[in-house]
Design a protein around this ligand. Structure first.
Ligand code: ADP
Ligand code: MG
Length: 481
């Protein structure tokens, strides 16, 4: 068959770095949550990376990215899509506008092309084909491509769109070109010129469909199908889009081979009915004062009317739970406490009393609160900062049950960096705006410190739900719905 005659080429260039290989599944789950909740479908997706140096790029490309463009770290789509594409897989990348999709396909494309046998004098190329829906987008992608080509490589690229000068395009094409950025219509025109002597797809091994939703909306499906028929079946093909409507899905499944789909979930991790708040303290004593302040305000508010507004306070250990229980008792607060150090009967009866007490306050450790469903809980106070995204989602989720609304306040000590990182990613812009200047500044500084520490391996997000972080969390979410 035809396939047997095709010149072999390499697709898989990715070597997973040791530091990524050594991470546990839970850590990877946490990492993906931190990358704007990236979701994967399909088998065998490589783990995401956290820094550019983990991609095995050549020094010239590394210098361009980190020095010339000063891209500090990969964006979430880049962190997950680049390893997947560099591993040779067909990929569907869904991520909002402005999230860095271009670099996500350009780097693997260039890596592959550099390893291919160069064009001979009889060949005009291209090897890489990038399809875009409009002239403007094609021009933009071409400009971005040129930035990567010049001055570090001998590779040539050309932009072919309907609106631009055909004669000029033909002249350039005759000299040979490794990368073509084109609108589908113009590309077909060029293919048919001189019955394929000017341009053909014999050497094409990498195809990008960018802004695929618009390619589809503009009715380019037949043209793309036609182009694909001329390209070798074992090509690598990737598709990027801001949205992924159903009709595009079926199109993609026809064009791509066992694709990995990567979706950056711009939707917040935290239930939208939960208002997240944050206070930062320098020491335990001022934090306890902060707790009293919150309880005072809440009990004043709820004693005004007939509402039942219960509170859960999360503590990290039995010892702290007992300590806060006594200290609140000193302040004349009646609270109920449950933790693993108490016998089951006592825990059950405390929980029952809490449920039956209007505006009741429950102190508990995170472990004991799993699956807890008390609809009247309108305030969650996280007294000891969470260590993982999974934990944060779980603890905040004890309020806003069903379609109710609730508030989750974290009381953070200024050295609790992991939690600052989690909160900085979880708080919505509108919630951050409600914080005072000082708190915002501290939060950002702490989160940045943790972020850099993660990159050097000094800090990591770990202890989740005993190694079953996400799985468990998703079960909890299902329970809720
Ligand atoms: P999209 O295709 O997702 O809409 P682009 O690829 O056009 O987004 O990128 C948007 C902007 O972000 C561009 O100006 C690009 O140079 C810049 N950019 C890309 N990657 C990074 C990065 N890792 N860090 C900072 N800026 C980046
Ligand atoms: Mg784009």
């Amino acid at each position: 068959t035809q396939t047997q005659k095709l010149e072999p080429f390499v697709k898989d260039f990715y070597i997973e770095p040791e530091e990524i290989k050594n991470m546990s599944e839970t850590e990877i789950d946490e990492l993906r949550l931190g990358l704007d909740n990236v979701k994967i479908k399909g088998q065998g997706c490589p783990r995401p990376i956290v820094k550019w140096s983990q991609l095995g790029l050549t020094t010239d490309i590394m210098d361009l990215i980190t020095k010339e463009f000063a891209f500090v770290s990969p964006t979430p789509i880049q962190a997950q899509a680049i390893p997947a594409i560099m591993a040779g897989r067909d990929v569907i990348g869904i991520s909002k506008t402005g999230s860095g999709k271009t670099v996500s396909f350009l780097l693997p494309l260039l890596r592959q092309i550099k390893a291919l046998r160069p064009l001979t004098s009889g060949e005009t190329g291209p090897m890489g084909l990038i399809l875009a829906p409009t002239r403007e987008l094609a021009v933009q992608i071409h400009e971005e491509t040129e930035k990567f080509l010049n001055p570090v490589s001998k590779l040539r690229s050309i932009c072919c769109t309907g609106g631009s000068e055909l004669k000029q395009q033909i002249k350039e094409l005759k000299k040979g070109v490794e990368i073509v950025v084109a609108t589908p219509g113009r590309f077909i025109d060029l293919l048919t010129l001189n019955s394929g002597k000017l341009l053909n797809t014999e050497r094409v091994t990498f195809v990008v469909m960018d802004e695929a939703d618009r390619l589809f909306d503009l009715g380019f499906e037949p043209q793309i199908t036609e182009i694909m028929k001329t390209i070798r079946p074992d090509k690598q093909c990737v598709l990027f889009s801001a949205t992924f409507p159903t009709k595009l899905k079926s199109f993609a499944s026809r064009i791509l081979d066992r694709p990995i789909s990567i979706t950056i979930n711009s939707k917040s991790l935290i239930n939208e009915n939960i208002e997240q708040q944050l206070r930062i303290y320098d020491n335990d004593e001022s934090k306890f004062e902060g707790l009293l302040d919150i309880l005072r305000k809440q009990t004043q508010m709820s004693s005004d009317d007939e509402r039942d507004e219960k509170i859960i306070v999360f503590l990290s250990s039995q010892q702290i739970c007992d300590l806060i229980y006594y200290r609140l008792q000193e302040q004349n607060y009646t609270t109920y406490a449950i933790h693993a150090g108490k016998p089951y009967n006592e825990r059950a009866s405390s929980l029952e009393k809490f449920k039956n007490t209007k505006n009741g306050i429950l102190l508990c450790t995170e472990v004991l609160s799993r699956g807890l469903n008390v609809p009247e809980v309108s305030l969650v106070i996280i007294y000891n900062a969470v260590k993982t995204f999974a934990q944060y989602v779980h603890t905040t989720g004890r309020t806003a049950r069903g379609d109710k609304h609730g508030t989750a306040v974290t009381l953070l000590l200024s050295d609790e960096l992991a939690a600052s990182y989690i909160l900085n990613k979880s708080l919505r812009d509108t919630e951050i705006e409600l914080l005072d200047e000082g708190t915002i500044e501290k939060l950002k500084a702490m989160a940045n410190k943790f972020d850099s520490g993660m990159k050097t391996g000094k800090y990591r997000l770990t202890k989740g739900f005993g190694g079953k972080g996400l799985e468990h969390m998703e079960k909890l979410n299902d329970e809720k719905h």
